[in-house]
Design a binder for this molecule. Structure first.
Ligand code: ADP
Length: 493
């Protein structure tokens, strides 16, 4: 009986369960969406019970549909939407309310107060994060403020908090209250230097330490899933937040290795090894993972609008029928005829962090047609990626040798070649685009003995396609300089 790994990918809109074999191949997968709850503009919630039941259902289904007995599963690995928090009663396991989702802006006011109080620098130095409502800390404070007596009960150890990994592990094991380092580092409560829940920050937000989980290695034993759930006890031996898990799934094990996920927006992470680099370009410093007693760090930057600009071409402008057509149209012309498009629809993310910037199309002349506009939109994704990677290179002093890519828009051949051209760097797309789940499977499989060490994983990781730069340096710099000018114009608009 050959052993498999069961990876759970608890995402923002769906729960997925994926089986991987020893070669890292996907054997089967199952997924199910759950409800998005919007109680007020800008607020986003999930029902924790529904998420748990949804996750359990897809776990059971993937085993059944692939004729896999629970005894064949060597281990479970978990990856999850980051920063989303649940607060529940220790005795009953009942949530005190809905989970507050990472996207939820309800704690923007608390963040304003922290900034006004001059805590930005302290928080940045201790946690590696910028003060923002995304992160879990202010969400926990909000819940504690909301329900009378809850804080006192939390002090007594009767109330627990956790991110989605913690919530799932609690339910799977029937009461283990744990998280991994990568998830802890997104709470804005965890000191990434001293590796502990930070007393000063806990006091600042009035959060009792007793309600926070024990922080464990990303690859390590968390407890076992109860046999009544799946028909056998299965050890849980890996956990990491989704972006860190994708970095691991892309085998970005070396210092300087980086990945970019091209989805609605882009998420870029660069492994900085044992060095925690505090960015001077507003990038986040985060724990990548901890394995075998060693913590490794990453720099992270996100781009708000990437694939979403392709959707805009389709839905608002009607220039393309579907996302894939953008590739065909872009390739019909040799260049954009000097057109630059900056998709600053909701301001600009890293490294600009300018919420007032707005989108624009520059350089229009009479001969410009839809192919040029479509091409300019795809190119904007590559330019924004260079903006973030350049910031990472400056912060880290490391020059990027390869960029690993995944996500929906990484299927676009034109975009990937242009990305390589504009970076002057090799771009590699893996055969398995399920890098997030694969990362969790790798982390779990390392601890479970499926793979002995990272080099075993490197051996089974397969590239689908490599893109090498074809553009000369002069041309590359000329285009990029014009992009920078276009961005600057959007910022003063
Ligand atoms: P998310 O997880 O953020 O929903 P996905 O990884 O599923 O994103 O990717 C979907 C995004 O990728 C959409 O915004 C879509 O416009 C874009 N996309 C998908 N296929 C292509 C393509 N062939 N070319 C360009 N963009 C694409």
């Amino acid at each position: 009986m050959s052993k498999v790994i069961l990876a759970l990918d608890q995402g923002t809109t769906s729960c997925r369960a994926i089986l991987f074999d020893k070669e890292g191949h996907m054997i089967g997968s199952s997924s199910k969406e759950f409800q998005q709850i919007y109680p007020q503009p800008g607020w986003v919630e999930h029902d924790p019970e529904e998420v748990w039941q949804c996750q359990l259902e897809v776990m059971r289904r993937v085993l059944k549909e692939n004729n896999t007995a629970p005894e064949e599963v060597a281990a479970i690995g978990i990856t999850n939407q980051r920063e989303t928090v649940v607060v529940w009663e220790k005795d009953t396991g009942r949530p005190v309310g809905n989970a507050i989702v990472w996207q939820c802006r309800r704690t923007a006011g608390i963040c304003q107060d922290l900034k006004a109080g001059g805590y930005e620098e302290t928080i940045r130095m201790k946690t590696g994060l910028v003060v923002d409502a995304y992160f879990s800390g202010t969400k926990i404070k909000w819940i504690l403020d909301r329900y009378p007596g809850l804080r006192e009960r939390a002090q007594k150890g009767e109330i627990l908090a956790g991110t989605m990994d913690t919530w799932l592990i609690w339910n799977l094991t029937g009461g283990k209250h744990v998280t991994d380092y990568s998830n802890a580092s997104r709470t804005m409560l965890y000191n990434i230097h001293e590796l502990c829940w930070d007393e000063e920050l806990l006091n600042l937000l009035d959060i009792p330490k007793a309600m926070l989980p024990e922080v464990k290695p990303s690859s390590g034993y968390y407890g076992s899933a109860r046999s009544e759930l799946l028909g056998a006890e299965i050890p849980i031996t890996g956990a990491a937040g989704d972006q860190q898990s994708a970095l691991f799934g892309q085998v970005c094990f070396e210092t300087g290795a980086a990945k970019n996920t091209y989805g609605t927006g882009c998420f870029l992470l660069m492994n900085t090894g044992e060095k925690k680099i505090i960015s001077s370009h507003n990038l986040l410093t985060t724990i990548a993972w901890s394995i075998g007693g060693k913590i490794e760090y990453a720099l992270e930057g996100s781009i708000f609008v990437a694939g979403a600009a392709v959707q805009w071409l389709r839905d608002e402008l009607g220039l393309i029928k579907n996302a894939a057509e953008s590739e065909e149209l872009a390739m019909k012309v040799p260049d954009t005829q000097g057109v630059f498009m900056v998709p600053a629809f909701v301001g600009l993310g890293a490294p600009y962090w300018d919420m007032y910037a707005r989108g624009a199309i520059f350089g229009l002349t009479r001969g410009v047609n839809r192919n040029h506009i479509v091409r300019a939109v795809l190119e904007s994704i590559a330019y924004q990626t260079r903006d973030v990677l350049s910031a990472m290179e400056e912060d880290s002093g490391i020059s990027l040798s390869v960029l690993k890519v995944d996500g929906g828009a990484s299927a676009n051949e034109f975009l990937m070649q242009f990305q390589s051209d504009i970076l002057g760097t090799k771009v590699i797309r893996p055969a398995n685009l399920e890098t997030t789940a694969q990362g969790a499977a790798f982390l779990a499989g390392l601890e479970a003995g499926i793979w002995q060490d990272k080099s075993d994983i490197e051996k089974i990781w397969i590239a689908d396609k490599e893109y090498t730069p074809e553009m000369d340096l002069y041309h590359r710099n000329q285009l990029y300089n014009r992009w920078k000018k276009a961005v600057n114009s959007c910022r003063t608009y």
